[in-house]
Design a protein around this ligand. Sequence first.
Ligand code: PRP
Ligand code: ADE
Length: 177
Amino acid sequence: MHTDPADYIRQTIRSVPNWPNPGVTFRDITPVLQDPQAFRVLIDLFVYRYMQQRLDLVAGIDARGFIVGSVLAYELNLGFIPVRKKGKLPFKTVAEDYSLEYGNASVEIHTDSVRPGQRVLLIDDLIATGGTMVAASRLLQRLGANTVEAAAIIDLPDLGGSQAVRDTGLSVFTACT
Ligand code: PRP
Ligand code: ADE
């Protein structure tokens, strides 16, 4: 692998035009996951960024944030907490509604998933409008957690989402655009 890690990941992601709706170009990470070299490059990029940071937990966003977030948590010797779409978590939850590039949704977290003051890395596959990331960070904030950074594989800067997340005061890191 002689190319820059970010370039390699960018080149491996597949763009699917007009999915799930006309006018949306869907950025599909499945080719990265199925290529062992690309998957390792991706995870290592995050591991190197966060291995020296004082973190307590990784919070992954439903559904593709679970894949990268759980592997990263394991590699960093941290616990993993799921931020789930509404109605999936069995215990007591808090919820936040938000709007997406293609619709509306709601995310939830278990009330006992994080203790006040714990340092959490929030992670997802992609930031589009930023609505999902902002809603997830609000959940963590409501539980008193300290969200250290919001991370994603892909930023779609034309949709302004990463800036919207930064505007809430949160640091943002993305592997590629
Ligand atoms: C996608 C993606 C992010 C979110 C980003 O998930 O995985 O979670 O959209 O969009 P935003 O920045 O505009 O909020 P989606 O809601 O499509 O759900 P899925 O993971 O179940 O496919
Ligand atoms: N979530 C929101 N917009 C998306 C896109 N263009 N590709 C993949 N996931 C998305």
